[in-house]
Design a protein. Sequence first.
Length: 209
Amino acid sequence: MKIIKKYALSEETLEKDIDAFIRDAKDGQYHYDYKYGMEGLKTIKAYFCMIKDEFKKQNYAECQACYKKILFFLLQTEYNYLDYEDIVGKLKFEEYVANYFTCMIKIFSVEELFREYMEFLKAKEDYDFESLHKTILSGLPEEKLAEFKILAEKEADNIKKNDYAFYDAVYFLLDLAKSKKDRNQYDMLCDKYAHIVDDWQKEEFDAED
């Protein structure tokens, strides 16, 4: 028999409860969490379940705010507040990222969405999430996708060799060309951004998704 512990909010809203949890974590309350019943990790999983419930109800603004707080907290690799070797690997991050960007597609303008996208790229520098570009490509209508592409092109043109966190802006353009089966555009992008695109990526156009 599997016993499931239910978590109740101690604050008036889910967002405020997450704020309180993050404060406690930064104060050391969940230091070496894996040695003490993994209460911090269990709480985080409970938060994601609650956010998903709100997502199903289409409460996108609330979900976006909550996702942002907890995702950005967990992606802070320079601060390991719960002392797990790879806490991201213990969670369904691909799903969370997809839902997070779905929320923003629903409630933000293209300009706002792109600003949040760039902020997320900086936060997740050490990780790659396939669901990130897939969600944008499938969620934005053609007109808005074209606007997003223009913003990505402007950003890509300013990326320097050591701007690793923002390489995804170039990779987005490659993913877009691939989704449209535009081999000429894909090859052109590989040549234009040769200082960013690896050799193996040049062959990715023909790879199976």
